[in-house]
Write a protein of this length. Sequence first.
Length: 409
Amino acid sequence: MGHVNGLKCRECGEQYPIEPLHVCELCFGPLEASYDYETIAEKASRDSIEAGPRNMWRYADLLPLDGEPTDGMDTGYTPLLRARNLAKRLGVQELYIKNDSVCAPTLSFKDRVVSVALSKAKEFGFETVACASTGNLANSVAAHAARAGLQAFIFIPADLEIGKVLGTSIYNPRVVGIKGSYDEVNRLCSEIAGLYKWAFANINIRPFYAEGSKTFGFEIIEQLGWCSPDHIVVPCAGGSLINKVRKALDEFHRLNLIEKPRTKIHAAQAEGCGPIVTTIKEGGDFVKPVRANTLAKSLAIGNPADGIYAVETTRLTGGYGAHASDDEIVQAMQMLAGEEGVFTETAGGVTLAATIQLIESGLIQPNESVVVSITGNGLKTLEAVQDRLPEPNIILPRLNAFEELMKTL
């Protein structure tokens, strides 16, 4: 496509060619894709994007492929729901749900990043793909690899929710459970990546993989009629998504597709694993690793790779952060389902619970627009609510039995 210059270190600015690299050799900073925006501006317009496919590849000019995409042709372009019932309950006028709980094919935003990762891995000639995952990435890599005819190795914490384990194993990858935290899984995978010529989505392919998250932000803007909202609340695990949402806004402005955004971007984390939000609240310059202990296992990354950049995003945009307790997570999941018919996984419960706190604290005003990022489906984390919901009413197949039941309801 000719629009990608190469890779660039986020710390020292050193330039690298388009190769499966992720760490700067000079300062050990993270690498990210660098674009030729002048070339992109010649092609990208509101009209050209709107005329594109109804999937994430309508933004192909801002994604780091050299050729045409080969994966994720049904991924993305998920609904942006006007949540009127929830807005009324929370006392705000304009509340939206960006609903990636229905993102194809595995019902989470990770399908976006994996679509880019596998398309790029095939450009590099890899035949085996792999990942370290807290669940959703595992599902997505396994499913996309099956469709692409690639071998897949999936590394997960051994205590992952059963729905996410089954939702990975069904695609017949090699699943390896590690007796340890996600951070220990990731460290092991970094060592394995140095020995095996595999495309690790979130290690050696990470600079390309991470760019897929921008499409989440691009869609919000387009679906709001090419306007940026006042607030976006984003769940944080490794910290990549929140940074890429900011990058999406910046790139659309740079290409004159939107006016200068004034969106405040807020970070949402669980109390049991919230090092990014803790740093935001304390005004620190270093994200101190923690040992995860939370119901929200998909966000249970105690040493977030992009943590300090997530902190930077909130500060530069005027945003903030909020923690959610396990009880608040489940209550928010039930609230979203009961008010808007959206069943989110625990990460979405974290995001909505954080949004509620931001509204109650006055950081989000009643007359401001806010987008709540829902990144995964509740069917993946049934354990979180199975003991919180009422049992069905069981009766005999007789009318009088139903009439007796009605007297108690």
